[in-house]
Design a protein around this ligand. Structure first.
Ligand code: PEP
Length: 249
């Protein structure tokens, strides 16, 4: 059976002390509820070690990116093994902001995914179309092409991937995909996984929705059979609203 997951993506927000305070608040709130999903916070590299120290058993930790090289002369980069050495167990790869602003390609993301898995990190792999692609009805073809980064994995390795469908037009815009739009494309993504790896793997794959998800719309989205949780940007920066989404299950 696939897992339900709610993961926060803090992006480039909070100082270390602010981040530790937020992680502590989420951890404490989580200890007070019977969450029906796995909860992850994905934080800036600089915050990983100190946030790890305040994450209890119920709160998982992830990074927001890792390098496409193992080590060496790549000034400013952070490798998958460095991320793993902090005690983090997840990494977000392929976020639309990284694709758009840092030129991450299908090939680079395939390499990053391979390195993350070799270092025992689980990958939250993001896919999603921009507004013009949605308006041209090209969303299925876009996500299919983006999945090529992870479709060369063995079925066993693919089992360590969590997919996050994030329509770029809904990220940070306040514009959420409707429950039906999310369900339709999640079902399509699952059908592509079934074609590639078979029904069992498809059924076991967690597919998150991301894009202006908040406590007020999470329940409707999570009630859809192919939506297994959310990747949360803005609303993950406040413990109360993040927990409002966690408890929407
Ligand atoms: C994101 O960046 O992954 C995201 C979903 O952002 P927001 O929730 O702010 O739209």
């Amino acid at each position: 059976m696939r897992k339900n997951i709610v993961a926060g993506n803090w992006k480039m927000n909070t100082t270390v002390s602010e981040g530790v305070k937020l992680a502590t608040e989420v951890n404490e709130a989580l200890n007070g509820v019977d969450a029906k999903c796995e909860v992850i916070i994905c934080v800036p590299f600089t915050h990983l070690t100190s946030c790890k120290a305040v994450c209890g058993e119920k709160l998982h930790l992830g990074a927001e990116n890792c390098a496409d090289h193992t080590k060496g002369a790549y000034t400013g980069e952070v490798s998958a093994s460095m991320v793993a050495s902090t005690g983090a167990d997840y990494v977000i790869l392929g976020h639309s902001e990284r694709r758009a602003y840092y030129g991450e390609t299908v090939e680079m993301l395939a390499e990053k995914t391979k390195l993350a898995l070799e270092n025992n990190l689980k990958v939250i792999f993001c896919i999603g179309e921009v507004l013009e692609e949605r308006e041209a009805g090209k969303q299925n073809e876009v996500v299919k092409a983006q999945l090529e980064s992870v479709f060369s994995l063995s079925a066993e390795d693919f089992g360590k991937i969590v997919l996050a469908y994030e329509p770029v037009w809904a990220i940070g815009t306040g514009k959420t995909a409707t429950d039906e739009q999310a369900e339709e494309i999640h079902a399509y993504i699952r059908s592509l996984i079934a074609e590639k790896y078979g029904d069992q793997v498809a059924d076991d794959t967690t597919i998150l929705y991301g894009g202006s998800c908040k406590p007020s719309n999470a329940k409707g989205l999570f009630a859809k059979p192919n939506v297994d949780g959310g990747l949360i940007g803005g609303a993950s920066l406040d413990a109360e609203s993040f927990m409002g989404i966690v408890t929407a299950f």
